[in-house]
Design a protein around this ligand. Sequence first.
Ligand code: IPM
Ligand code: MG
Length: 359
Amino acid sequence: MQAKITTLPGDGIGPEIVSATRLVLDTVASTFDHQFTYREALLGGIAIDETGNAFPDATLEACQQADAILLGAVGGPKWDDPNAADRPERGLLAMRKALGLFANIRPVKLFRGLEAASPLKAERLANVDLLFVRELTGGIYFGQPKGKDVVDGERRGFDTMVYRESEIRRIVSLAMEIARKRPRKHVTSIDKANVLATMQVWRQVATEVGAENPDITLVHQLVDSAAMRLVTNPGDFDVIVAGNMFGDILSDEGAVLTGSLGLLPSASLGETKLGVYEPIHGSAPDIAGKGIANPLGTILSAAMLLRHSLDLDTEALAIEAAVQQALDDGLRTGDLGGGEKSLGTTAMGEAICARIKKH
Ligand code: IPM
Ligand code: MG
């Protein structure tokens, strides 16, 4: 098949991990006889530096004409001034909104051989195979009014948490659909219904969607106790659906269970096939440019891209198998405890390519 992929390398380690992943996509193309054409566009800090806008119009256009979008990471200390006119993270949020990507899917799976890298004791890790469905274009990250002002001589900041029924319904329905394809068929809906009005509506609507999907078990859990259970009994969870902020926080907590944020992929999806695929880790400015970043989260994001946007399931599985094979073969980047024998970013990318070719 032919597919147009727009890449948004972004900041920090973004460009390195995206180029290692392009090697992998090229190998998939040649091995399985596809034609991928790439277009690169600016997002985040680099876009601010070059155009004064973290999400320039040209990038929106490059995203809209693509079949799928591969993103590295955005942000870094250079753009951290809270008084700056624009921020890299604003670009990311604006892109999600402009493309209607209301759902962020973050699967958390343990990789064979990496159990020791987890901060949790091995016995707590039994049965860990969970998936976050995070609402991505609403909630407190987008609610109006938001801003900063001065009241009675002191500075004040404010944000608005707001969810409409339709937004809750579509994300919880998607969580149900995803759960239906998984063995446990279980959804945990996260809220803070004991305090927040927004979350009382969330729980009501989630309950209604649950009743429409009687084959799926739905349970509700308050975000604070869910945060605790994620580290005490992570194996209890299957699909976890949450609003934007709670999903943001819990998915980082969930991801680290596997031992490294560097391994986990994500997909941001909307009503169409177009999606943005990115590792869940950030731009890691401390190691940027050194060629030592772990590209596996991005490479596994490319597998999600092939599966969800291009319907190339076999190819996605080939990438995932190659990653597990590389880990089985003892290959490690520095963040995975590779020590002196650590592979660099490009070498890890090439190692995955070699294992796909043998497929
Ligand atoms: C994420 C990130 C972003 C978010 C930041 C960089 C704006 O933390 O994708 O989880 O909060 O959504
Ligand atoms: Mg986050």
